[in-house]
Ligand binder design. Structure first.
Ligand SMILES: *Cc1c(COP(=O)(O)O)cnc(C)c1O
Ligand SMILES: [Zn+2]
Length: 419
């Protein structure tokens, strides 16, 4: 049973049939999936959702698929962690991390969008799936394609972390790196999609793919006890997840699953790739592309396809946004690890670093419910922090050596001993 009505142009409103289309023929605007919300409202309830398996398909009425899930049976429903120790350091009582570092099976938010895209690719009858990726999407497409028995081609810019190349190739995908940045890769992939007729999850299946990102927002609301947070900070790369989290919150209201409060949504970008934040701070709609230069490679997109919709969602909610430098990102990764035992990749460090700024700026107040979106796992990007942590001590296997070391480490001398 499907509740999709059509595809609809986000700009001029022209309607299209449910097919592997993504651009409006009239105005070149992006297409978005339309639903029959009245029907969904009658069909679902909190109890019904809560009775289902703990994965992202528990919200299937609000996802653009017709039949059974063909991918991601264990994806989504990641923890919403109440951060008591981090909160105490920041003076925040209701600080939460939505922890997609443990998304199944590839440890990032991309398992959500790909679960939906691969299911849709199967429904449309595709046998080859592909993507243009900064890394995390690559690993997710490769893994979900393997399980669904689909052929898979992955395109990434050269210079992505080794973990992302190994982490895609291992699943049997054909991995191709391109001399150039993500925006070059994306341009090439549009041409390949046209010529070869493959399902590019983030190109010709983009309207379906992006809907998967809503599940991040659905889960946050359910996990807060069917309430929206006062504030949610979300990273921005191509601009998929942020507007879709906002859409998710609005849809939950539309179908009667939550009432309030009004939420504010905030964009976080790395200072070395912050075209959306530049436009936000200047108060303009036009996003001027930049050449990315940051350790936060998974969010290093200099010409974000949906950047304009990020601006719109942020402004509509009364939110804001900021950027974080590489050293700030690394400090935030260490802070989250040290206080909450969660190891985020640089995208997560970016989000937390920006949340710290928003708190300092007084935009987020101490007693307001605040969610920091941690979208990827630090074990996939060890090189980003390897140079910024203490090296282990090396001693012989003799108790006397350890005694001497322990003595030296005492009374706060640890820093001096390891220098
Ligand atoms: C892809 C990605 C994002 C966000 O990208 P959008 O294109 O803006 O949706 C955030 N964090 C991580 C770790 C990612 O891989
Ligand atoms: Zn249009």
């Amino acid at each position: 049973m499907s509740y999709i009505t059509n595809l609809k142009c986000k700009e001029c409103g022209q309607e299209y049939p449910v097919a592997p289309l993504h651009v409006c023929e009239t105005c070149f605007g992006p297409l978005e999936v339309g639903y029959d919300y009245a029907k969904i409202r009658a069909a679902i309830s909190r109890e019904k959702i809560e009775s289902r398996p703990r994965n992202l398909w528990r919200y299937r009425e609000l996802l653009p698929v017709d039949g059974e899930a063909e991918a991601g049976p264990h994806s989504g429903f990641t923890p919403l962690v109440h951060c008591k120790r981090l909160g105490a350091e920041l003076g925040m009582k209701h600080l939460y991390v939505k922890d997609d570092t443990v998304n199944h099976p590839t440890l990032s938010y991309k398992d959500r969008v790909v679960s939906v895209a691969i299911t849709k690719a199967r429904e449309f009858g595709f046998t080859t799936v592909s993507c243009a990726s900064t890394g995390n999407l690559a690993t997710a497409v490769a893994a979900h394609a393997a399980r669904a028995g689909l052929k898979c081609f992955i395109f990434m810019p050269e210079g992505v972390e080794a973990g992302k190349i190994v982490g895609s190739t291992i699943y049997g995908a054909q991995v191709i790196t391109i001399r150039g940045n993500y925006d070059d890769v994306n341009r090439l992939c549009s041409e390949i999609a046209d010529k070869y007729g493959w399902a590019f999850v983030n190109i010709n299946l983009r309207p379906y793919y992006t809907e998967g990102a809503k599940t991040f927002g659905f889960e946050v609301a359910e996990q807060l006890g069917w309430k929206l947070p006062d504030h949610i900070v979300v990273p921005t790369a191509g601009g998929t997840i942020l507007p879709k989290v906002a859409k998710a919150f609005k849809e939950l209201k539309e179908v009667g699953l939550v009432k309030g409060p009004e939420f504010k949504i905030y964009s976080a970008q790395a200072a070395g790739s912050a075209p959306v934040i530049h436009a936000l701070h200047k108060g303009v709609d036009l996003i001027t592309p930049v050449k990315p230069d940051t350790i936060a490679k998974s969010i290093a997109i200099g010409n974000p396809a949906d950047g304009y919709y990020v601006l719109r969602a942020v402004r509509e909610s009364g939110g804001w946004g900021d950027s974080a430098t590489d050293p700030e990102i690394i400090e935030a990764i260490k802070l989250l690890a040290r206080t909450e035992g969660i190891f985020a990749e640089p995208a997560g460090g970016t989000t937390l670093a920006v949340a710290l700024k928003l708190i300092k700026q007084g935009r987020i107040k101490p007693d307001e419910t605040t969610v920091v979106s941690i979208t990827g796992n630090g074990y996939k990007t060890l090189e980003a922090v390897a140079g910024a942590i203490e090296r282990p001590f090396v001693i012989d296997a003799r108790l006397g050596e350890f005694d001497a070391l322990f003595e030296r480490l005492g009374d706060g001398k640890r820093a001096a001993a390891s220098a």
